[in-house]
Ligand binder design. Structure first.
Ligand SMILES: [Zn+2]
Length: 124
């Protein structure tokens, strides 16, 4: 047996399992998905620190499923993913190669066009 220091979590974007400390934890607060503070309680979703996983999760409505209801992705979440490393710097420099403009979509709006809940049964 290998001793695992941190529990594994599944990225809701790419569905890969990774150590919890490698993933970005998100929680829903009042219908908004926000980055979780360390130790924050409650239901959470995990994503690789990669914008591709964030976009994949949005496309799949993974947040709505993870949080059991329509949620809006807070812009703060996108900042975390588009500014790897020190995301809290005061000036927002454009991430290399990331078309981050005009991509903020309300995932709750996306829920209304089609809800393929039955098609995405992910139980194993
Ligand atoms: Zn991922």
């Amino acid at each position: 047996m290998i001793a695992v220091a941190t529990p594994e979590r599944t990225c809701v974007g790419c569905r890969r399992r990774r150590g919890q400390d490698e993933l970005v934890r998100l929680v829903a607060a009042r219908g908004r998905v926000v980055p979780a503070r360390p130790g924050a309680p409650g239901r959470s979703a995990y994503l690789c620190p990669e914008e591709a996983c964030l976009e994949a999760a949005e496309k799949k409505r993974a947040f709505a499923r993870a949080f059991r209801g329509p949620v809006t992705l807070d812009p703060a979440v996108r900042e975390v993913f588009t500014q790897p490393g020190d995301a809290r710097s005061s000036h927002a420099s454009p991430p290399d190669g990331a078309p981050a403009t005009a991509k903020v979509q309300c995932s709750c709006a996306a829920l209304h066009d089609d809800v393929p809940a039955a098609a995405v049964d992910e139980r194993r």
